[in-house]
Design a protein around this ligand. Sequence first.
Ligand code: DQA
Length: 148
Amino acid sequence: MKLLVINGPNLNLLGIREPGIYGEQSYETLKSRVKAHAKARGVEVELYQSNHEGDLVDCIQQAYGHTDGIVINPGAYTHTSIALLDAVKAVSIPTVEVHISDVSKREAFRQVSYIRAACVKTISGHGISGYLEAMDFLIEHNGGAPCR
Ligand code: DQA
C-alpha cells in the first residue's frame, strides 16, 4: 500500500509559525514521524509540501494510479480552493483532511472547508499525531467504501 501525505502553504514553517497554535515541532519532525509510522505499519509513504495551489493540484493529479490513499492538510487553501476539491474528486483516491489546530474552534472563515466534501474523514486539532491517525484510517479502510 502506498500513501501520499500532502501539506499546503506555510506548513513548511511548522515550529516557527504561531507555536501557540501549531506547536513547536518542525516540518522536518513531521516528516520523520510520518516516515517512521509508515515503516512501523509496513506501508510506503511519499511526502509533498508546496505553498502554491497549482502545484498541489498537480501533485494530486500525479497520484492517480500510483497511490492508495492521500492525507492532506491544505492549510489556508482548505477555506478557499475549489480546485483542490475538484482534484480530489477527479482522482477518486480515498483522502483524509487533516488540520493540526482545531479549526472548528477558531475564526468563522476557518470553519469553511471546500475539500471536505471529497474526503472520507476529517481529523482536526490532534497536532502532528492527526497525520498518523489519518494514515491508520486509510490503512484500515484500504479498499473499503468511503465512510466518515
Ligand atoms: C491549518 C488550519 C488552517 O486554517 C491554516 O490556514 C493553516 C493550518 C491547520 O493545520 O490547523 O495553515 O490547516
